[in-house]
Write a protein that binds this ligand. Structure first.
Ligand SMILES: [Zn+2]
Length: 402
């Protein structure tokens, strides 16, 4: 055998060996929520999509470094838009063993904070796959708490699109609230993101070793359920500075002053974030109108409406979930667990309207969560019972702010 032949043979066998190892790798898909024009929830200049991407990339880096038998696939590695179905397609087509979607939460109440993890309602309850997704969701909450996150909102079973349309272990995890000052500071920092990624990878590793046999250890699952299914809070009740004013003991007065200052700072930050969201949405609506060749009469819009007590009727925002032939009642499977949806007549059909808020930012952030279940949902506006355009409502709000 010539030297060249030997080298060739050696190379061929090396390639074969490498392919054999590569073929044995399982695929984990890491999904950074939102992206591109879909910023996710927002607060001022902080966007959910950026936090999701930073955490997802760090999770991927750690898995690649530590687990040589796992091949990491990202749904996105940069700031680009993907539909929910595209994310599911990636995981299903790659034959992934696991899918984890990383998100950020928001709430109208600035005191809402903490982490939470979701898994699908269509998840199997019998057989080898039973409990795999729930197990991962529980482990995520365990490691967030173990690594210093103070509030866990627990584990929830919910009809989220990406969990329902992927056919493997699949969870969606919310790493904190963009609308809570403490959470926002943490999830938007390099250190916070690195720590969250470490927690996620620790839970992935434990999930991997617990399910190595292909089965879910039912005893462990029960123990984890007992400890981590329900919300856990390690923080003392937040003092309401307004309610406590005057009743404070001298020793507590500094604490009260701090809490009051914090509440004032939070309110100021919220007002700024609201004004920015309204201005941005107004610009977007104006651009849309210009493209469609519509001229908007702003004088009509700014006119205020009063009710029979002389009180001004402010515009409010809501979310249209669906358009149906007949109204649907609470508990109907088509509402996918949503409660308090009201149906208003629109010609021959009915619009299913959900939620209510005078804050555009709050409703915009709420829409983000609603779209995880109803991808086609959108914002609508009303004045009293009368539907108005979003542009009209935004203009009315903006003229008020000036
Ligand atoms: Zn999200």
């Amino acid at each position: 055998m010539t030297i060249t032949r030997r080298i060739l043979l050696l190379l061929v066998s090396l390639i074969c060996a490498w392919q054999a190892v590569a073929a044995r790798k399982v695929v984990w898909v890491i999904d950074a929520g939102h992206g591109g024009h879909d910023v996710g929830c927002e607060f001022g200049y902080v966007y959910e999509k950026d936090i999701c991407l930073a955490v997802a990339k760090e999770v991927g880096r750690l898995v690649k470094k530590d687990l040589s038998d796992v091949r990491v696939e990202f749904t996105r590695e940069r700031d680009r838009f993907l539909s929910l179905q595209q994310r599911c397609d990636i995981a299903n087509q790659r034959g992934a063993e696991l899918f984890i979607s990383i998100h950020v939460n928001s709430a109208p109440n600035p005191q809402a904070r903490g982490t939470e993890s979701f898994f699908a309602t269509n998840t199997p309850t019998k057989g080898r796959q039973a409990g795999k997704s729930e197990l991962l969701a529980l482990l995520l909450q365990k490691y967030y708490l173990n690594n210093g996150r103070e509030v866990s909102r627990g584990v929830k079973k919910r009809e989220l699109y990406v969990c329902e349309h992927t056919n493997m272990t699949s969870v969606l995890t919310e790493v904190g609230f963009i609308t809570n000052t403490a959470d926002r500071t943490y999830i938007n920092s390099k250190e916070g993101q690195a720590e969250l990624a470490r927690s996620i990878v620790q839970s992935l590793k434990e999930w991997k070793s617990l399910t190595a046999s292909g089965m879910v250890p039912q005893r462990t699952l029960r123990d984890l359920r007992f400890a981590y299914w329900s919300p856990v809070s390690k923080v003392a009740e937040v003092v309401n500075p307004q309610a406590a004013t005057g009743k404070a003991e001298p020793a507590d007065s500094q604490l009260m002053a701090d809490a009051k200052a914090q509440a004032e700072a939070d309110a100021k930050a919220k007002a700024e974030a609201e004004a920015k969201a309204v201005a941005e949405a107004q610009a977007a609506e104006a651009e849309k109108a210009a493209k469609a060749g519509i001229t908007v009469d702003s004088t009509l819009i700014a006119a205020t409406l009063t009710d029979n007590t002389g009180e001004e009727v402010k515009p409010h925002f809501a979310i249209q979930l669906m358009n149906t032939a007949k109204p649907i009642h609470d508990g109907d499977p088509r509402l996918k667990g949503f409660k308090g949806v009201r149906f208003i007549a629109a010609g021959e059909r009915f619009k299913g309207i959900y939620s209510y808020s005078e804050s555009y930012l709050d409703i915009k952030n709420e829409l983000v969560g609603v779209r995880e279940t109803f991808p086609e949902a959108f914002i609508v506006a009303f004045r009293g019972n009368q539907q108005i355009t979003t542009a009209e409502a935004l203009n009315a709000l903006n003229s008020k702010q000036k």
